[in-house]
Design a protein around this ligand. Sequence first.
Ligand SMILES: [Cu+2]
Length: 477
Amino acid sequence: MGFLRLTLSKCWTSGRVARELAPRARVLLISRGLVASTPLKTSSPRVSRFPSARGSRGYSTKQGANDGRSNSPVASIITASAITVAVGVYLYKQGLEPTKMDALKVAPTSANTSKGDVTTHAISLAPVRSNDATEPSLPKVLERLDDDTVDISKLPREDAILTTAPEVPPPITRDYPVLLQVPLETTTKVTQLTSQYKYEQWTFNNTVPGPFIRARVGDIVELTLTNRDAAGNPHNIDCHAFTGPGGGAAVTTAEENETKTARFKLLYPGLYVYHCAAAPVPVHIANGMYGLMYVQPTEDLPSVDREYYVMQSEFYHEPPEVDDDGRPSDTVEFSYPNGLREEPNIVAFNGSESALTRDHPLKALVGESVRIFFGNAGPNLTSSFHVIGSHFRNVYRDGDVLSPPGRCIQSVGVPAGAATIVDLKMAVPETYTLVDHAIFRLDKGAVGFLNVSGKPRDDIYSSAQPPRPCVGCKLHA
Ligand SMILES: [Cu+2]
């Protein structure tokens, strides 16, 4: 840069550049200190293409009698080059100071284009990692769980408290592992799936979703699965909290009226989906065979005033058959083609269209904190879980209870076969609405209510106009 500045300055004072620079470019160069502020002369020295002992590099300057413009092509090339360099230097200084360049790290990356595999350079916007960043490690107690062997005969036995949605078992307060006994039964039952149609669901413990199971990391779950399905279908358990073949499915498949028992050590805390994985697996899940297991960490999440269990899922059915009286049947049956196309007829919270609206809306008081254990059984769709009119103060994404939670979040994506935990603080009274914010699904049933009562908070939410009833709207009670 110093050499460039010196060269340009010499060119300027010698008059080579001055005649060729447009006034605007000259102002730029002067303002950036690249040339001296010598005023332009009306009769400038011109460049001679003839060698002279007085000129530098074989060129001399002579006072011309013409209009001061050089007709020499060599001189034009030189001056054009000087202007190009000077303007380039100016633009560099103006827009891309070295500090700004540092913020835009250039990293090689591969890009597949229609012309084939091409290696390109793209500007990475990813934050630069600090050198002293360290990866978080699992707590010591977890690191040992899969190494230490347990004498199961010495563990105290305990019956798991199983609850039906939307209820959640109370927090576990013990600080030691137990042999936790979890009895499950498979059944079938006809449910009022929508206001229009009934549907035969396949269940765990006669509910859809199946019971909420609460355990503690380090516990040994002793699962007993009894098949009470009179239709003769085999059933089993694939629990995402279990470690081993099939998540337990390999050793729990029970035929009709058969009971299978197996034990599983809980190595990892978190919120996990369980489901039946008997063939054909999609049919068993689509018909209602799923639930949630919460494996508490050694230190549970901060306590809240209320905890609820909500699980989203889809149902796929054929059109109703026509009965003998010529009317369409009020019962519909499972549709494999619709499931295969991933086009559900019903998207529901807690197993039916009315489960969280007319039947069992969630409840809370103004000022209370509410925790929702939210699972998505699928079997196909990803949920965009959202509560209209509120925020998730904490989001334990993907059911991860070891990492710091996300804060102040509007919607959370929950893929099929996954779960999340969200905390809300109910600031004002109203009927809050649980939805999948893939919002057409509200017309397929993905609506739930959280009724919050208490004293209004005009400092947070107020209007001089009365609220207008929302006739026919499914989002508001
Ligand atoms: Cu099954």
